[in-house]
Design a binder for this molecule. Structure first.
Ligand code: FAD
Length: 509
């Protein structure tokens, strides 16, 4: 049943505060842009520090970024600081990472994805000379997709699926390549099975499968290969610190250790009137911007009423993006073969994604990512040691895997595979260890099932079925962050923060 259009409720007073629920990057960006509009903004974060999935863990002389490790589209960050009249360089040092990633296979093959073009071409030639042409064709093709979708879907508020049916979109539809999969497009450009696996991997940047996600998402590889990738000096968490500092400078009041328990609506359930905090205090608000996962918000934060129940039900039917199984390892030796970012590929990629999305179990032969930030930031590990953040894509928790029993055994599978692939005797050199499972992500961030990127984009138009920035159920209720538009990943959630502020502003005029 369609959600009723709300037309008769009076507009809220702009003098009432604006509340942001959640201090993830999307929440912080939204709060900053809303404060820059002259609003009185309060942000509530349930955890002890802001940053959400971008977080850190320090122990025994090791520092680990526990979430994102690669920054792309840094211009989004520059724009955010510039909007506040600041220079990003006064807050952060961005370091280009080259190679962006070192890929390795069980047969000993290695491929470095260099940012410097001559080195990249040479590395591709070594795998398959014909694929150098393939790379240029791929970049031309994917840059075209990017130019067709960026303005409408990334840079401005996206209000719903109906936007897909504009004359311009209908004209350009075939060129955004939504009707075949990423894998089938990648096969058209690359002959090397190694390079096909490299380019298919970009589906995981939005938590999806390359064998199901539309080829449109080849823009992700385009952005990384054409624009590059960065690390933040001192650790990725410096980014959260910088956004916190900027938000306070522009007047946002940030409350940490302060969970929102409920979003309050008027007695008709049609207008936001504030939030109730976990301690029972009520905070009146003209607008509530939810940065928490929409699935959680519709079931836990919003009051029980038919329209909200219907949306909660619809969201529950959507396939979740993948989660992650993480080992934080302090290792008392140096592995010189490790770059800053490393991928150890599985032998059978289709089977790995079938395990995650069809059988909903952790893959028996997983692709393993290692972030060794000590390669760039020596102080992240004691002398002669390494800090290894080891990540495996895992299904979002849905009750089929009891991680409290499986977590330790899975560690042995991961370590054994890394030892087979050249990290000799790794297990013997571990002097610090922490395991993070999908259940931890779920609990720490209220992310349904621990899904990292909200709903998966495993169907042609799934990405557009995310909840919109402006909720349809009540006036004054909005979303920002990876669960809404344009999607997950650092730059996109920052864009989401800007877009929601633009939407709030537009709705008042
Ligand atoms: C392991 C991992 C690796 C990743 N790698 C990369 C990468 O390399 N590059 C990249 O660009 N992206 C990466 N990402 C994705 C990126 O981290 C996320 O897309 C992004 O940080 C999500 O931001 P968000 O604004 O959606 O909010 P979230 O980070 O989900 O934050 C939401 C916040 O809301 C808070 N909250 C929830 N409920 C309440 C409540 N009731 N009251 C108050 N607060 C509440 C939560 O505690 C949380 O802080 C990675 C993520 C993970 C987990």
């Amino acid at each position: 049943m369609p959600t009723p259009q709300l037309t008769s409720t009076p507009r809220p007073s702009p003098l009432l505060p604006t509340v942001v629920v959640g201090g993830g990057l999307g929440g912080l960006a939204a709060a900053i842009h809303l404060a820059l509009q002259g609003r009185n903004v309060s942000l509530y974060e349930k955890n002890e520090r802001v940053g959400g999935k971008l977080n850190l863990h320090s122990a025994q002389g090791y520092t680990f970024d526990t979430g994102p490790s690669l920054l792309t589209m840094p211009w989004v960050l520059h724009d955010l600081f510039a909007a506040a009249g600041r220079n990003l360089h006064d807050y952060l040092e961005l370091v280009p990472v080259d190679p962006i990633c070192r890929y390795r296979w069980l047969d000993g093959t290695q491929f470095d994805a260099w940012q410097q073009l001559p080195r990249l071409i040479h590395a591709i030639e070594e795998l398959e000379p014909a694929d150098v042409q393939g790379l240029f064709r791929f970049l031309a093709y994917s840059s075209q997709i990017y130019s067709l979708i960026a303005d409408r879907f990334l840079l401005h508020p996206f209000s719903g699926v109906h936007e897909l049916f504009s004359p311009q979109m209908l004209r350009n539809g075939p060129r955004i390549d939504a009707l075949r999969t990423m894998d089938s497009a990648v096969r058209d450009f690359f002959r090397s099975p190694y390079l096909r696996q490299v380019f298919n991997r970009y589906a995981t940047y939005n938590g999806s499968s390359p064998y199901r996600t539309p080829a449109t998402f080849n823009v992700i590889a385009y952005i990384e290969f054409a624009e590059g990738g960065w690390y933040v000096r001192g650790g990725m968490y410096q980014l959260a610190r910088a956004l916190l500092r900027l938000s306070e400078e522009v007047g946002v009041t940030v409350h940490t250790n302060c969970a929102v328990q409920q979003v309050l609506l008027d007695p008709h359930g049609r207008q936001v009137r504030g939030v109730r905090l976990a301690d029972g205090t009520e905070q009146a608000a003209a607008h509530v911007i939810i940065n928490a996962d929409p699935r959680y918000a519709y079931t836990q934060l919003l009051p029980e009423q038919p329209a909200i129940r219907r949306t909660a039900h619809r969201l529950a039917q959507q396939e979740a993006s993948c989660s992650g199984y993480v080992l934080l390892l302090g290792v008392a030796r140096h592995y010189p073969q490790l770059a800053h970012h490393n991928i150890f590929f599985s032998h059978d990629y289709p089977r790995e994604f079938a395990a995650i999305f069809e059988q909903h179990v952790p893959p028996a032969d997983p692709t393993i990512y290692i972030n060794a930030s000590c390669v760039t930031d020596a102080e992240h590990a004691p002398d002669g040691h390494m800090n290894l953040f080891v990540l495996v894509n895992a299904p979002a928790a849905n009750g089929r895997v009891d991680w409290s029993r499986e977590a330790h055994g899975y560690r042995n599978i991961v370590l054994h595979r890394l030892e087979q692939m050249g990290l000799t005797n790794l297990s013997e050199h571990i002097v610090y260890q922490r395991i993070i499972t999908p259940c931890d992500f779920a609990q720490w961030f209220h992310a349904a099932g621990g899904a990292i990127y909200g709903s998966a984009s495993n169907e042609p138009f799934a990405a557009f079925a995310r909840p919109p920035l402006r909720a349809r159920e009540a006036h004054g209720l909005y979303f920002t962050g990876g669960g809404t538009h344009p999607g997950g990943g650092i730059p996109l959630v920052l864009l989401s923060g800007r877009a929601v502020a633009q939407q709030v502003q537009a709705d008042q005029h």
